[in-house]
Design a protein around this ligand. Structure first.
Ligand SMILES: [Zn+2]
Ligand SMILES: [Zn+2]
Length: 44
């Protein structure tokens, strides 16, 4: 079982990329992170 580095919840599927500094995030935190990144890009 992996643990989300952001919210600390156990997650069966961890997600990581350069935006999470390659730490495992749960799906909710990973999606939320990319939602903000996308929003920011759209506003610039
Ligand atoms: Zn999380
Ligand atoms: Zn990413």
């Amino acid at each position: 079982m992996q643990k989300c580095e952001k919210c600390g919840e156990n997650t069966s599927n961890g997600y990581d990329c350069e935006h999470t500094k390659f730490e495992e995030y749960c799906k909710e935190c990973y999606t939320e992170l990319h939602y903000y990144i996308t929003e920011k890009k759209d506003n610039e």
